[in-house]
Design a protein around this ligand. Structure first.
Ligand SMILES: [Mn+2]
Length: 441
């Protein structure tokens, strides 16, 4: 039932059609996925389909015919109106709704896709379709493509290759428009407020699951769709498991609590924030030393998140501070450059410092083209999230100091969402406090 401004999507379709330059693009929606018995996971629309259509139903396909005149270029295949089915599963816009409300030049029933597609794409030189994502639609597309390929040798027209839509869409989605920046401000604001709620009420909570409930309940209360990804609520040593989502341990005074959580708005824009706070209100000496290193690494890396810099620069800036800090406290040994070049820090810091953020939490777009790093540009949004994770799960590399018991079980990550601007980087998640003086009570 949900519908947002149509203009935004019309503008995107115009740009996409121009980029297609004569090609025909087929972009399917997501489908419902079975959870158990006859229950499904909550529906999550395909980000590319959403980006171009704003249509929030499964069983749909958008067809873009860039070689056709205006008014015949945007075709939607949707689930037709069906009163009985709608009584069970909810409202559908149907064929008329797809044309009237979502501005399709022409809409059809999804059941007619197979029969109508050949005539629509018959005179396009190239098909644009993402292979490997939707086996049911893919079979139809490849069948029609191979038949046309065969006929092409006789009739002289028809597609002779398939190209990925990601080539065009990733580039578009990587640079956020003013509309998108506003939506990202909203997603990151709600996400930051949820982290503040945790900070302020941690002493009244007894286990990780209650913290998860607090955060995700807040997302819903604020009108978001829910969490953007499985919330990580990891106390003590659990924080050393990067994708810990069991969230079923009791909180212990003296431990740290790492929370990595963000909301997904109703139109799928996402926040992604991590904070690590002392459960009893006081950092131990060791926890504080590690926290200070990670915080300094993060602040330095954020400063590098400016126009003309690269995501590699951002990562390297954080990495250097982490390695130097760990050397100073005796958890790494040797020359900083050598430690970095030989990866001798990877038992303590084993991930990159950030990723693009947008409609996908790990948003689309290249970070480099082979050896060439993509320069940061205005309108890009990235996370900056260095961390240190001290456990004995990964063996200490040869020549590096063994880890004293007092450090073990400390896992710290600090993550903010950054908009690259003409001047200073804008910290979208600034509302979530991270100074030691704010976290202790
Ligand atoms: Mn992240």
């Amino acid at each position: 039932m949900f519908k947002t401004s149509t203009k935004v999507f019309e503008d995107r379709r115009e740009i996409f059609l121009k980029k297609l330059n004569g090609r025909a693009a087929i972009i399917p929606s997501s489908n419902l996925v079975k959870h158990h018995a006859d229950c499904e996971y909550p529906f999550r629309q395909d980000s590319n389909f959403w980006y171009l259509t704003g249509f929030d139903e499964p069983d749909s396909i958008a067809l873009f015919l860039s070689n056709k005149p205006k008014g015949e270029r945007y075709i939607l295949f949707v689930a037709p109106k069906d009163i009985i089915s709608e009584v069970w599963h909810g409202f559908r816009w149907g064929i008329e709704g797809a044309e009237r409300e979502f501005k399709a030049d022409k809409a059809h029933s999804i059941n007619d896709f197979k029969h109508l597609l050949p005539a629509y794409i018959g005179d396009s030189e190239e098909i644009v379709y993402s292979i490997g994502k939707n086996s049911k639609i893919e079979k139809i597309v490849l069948d029609i493509f191979s038949r046309q390929l065969e006929a092409r040798s006789r009739v002289g027209i028809g597609a002779n290759s398939i190209k990925s839509p990601e080539i065009y869409l990733n580039e578009m989605r990587l640079i956020k428009s003013d509309f998108e920046i506003n939506r990202m401000r909203e997603a990151t604001k709600i996400s930051a407020e949820a982290h503040e709620l945790v900070r302020k009420s941690i002493s009244s909570k007894h286990n990780e699951r209650q913290i998860q409930g607090l955060i995700e309940g807040f997302f819903l209360e604020k009108g978001a769709r829910g969490p953007a990804y499985n919330s990580i609520v990891a106390s003590g040593d659990n924080a050393c498991i990067l994708h810990y989502t069991s969230n079923n341990s009791d909180l212990t005074d003296g431990d740290l609590l790492l929370v990595d959580a963000g909301c997904s708005l109703i139109d799928y824009y996402n926040g992604d924030i991590t904070r690590t706070i002392p459960i009893g209100g006081k950092f131990s000496r060791e926890q504080k030393l590690i926290y200070e290193i990670v915080l300094e690494a993060q602040k330095t890396a954020i400063k590098k998140s400016v126009k003309g810099s690269t995501s590699t620069n951002v990562h390297n800036a954080a990495l250097r501070i982490l390695v130097e800090g760990l050397r100073e406290i005796g958890l790494l040994r040797g020359d900083t450059n050598q430690i970095i070049e030989q990866g001798l820090y990877k038992h303590l810091y084993m991930h990159r410092t950030g990723h693009w953020l947008g409609l996908d939490v790990h948003d689309v777009g290249a970070y480099r083209m082979g050896e060439y790093d993509i320069p940061l540009q205005n309108g890009m949004i990235l996370t900056v999230e260095p961390g240190i994770y001290i456990s004995d799960r990964i063996p200490v590399p040869e020549g590096q100091p063994s880890i004293d018991q007092k450090w073990k079980g400390i896992g710290i990550r600090i993550e903010d969402d950054i908009l690259v601007n003409e001047t200073e980087p804008e910290i979208l998640s600034i509302g979530a406090k991270k100074e030691i003086s704010d976290l202790e009570f």
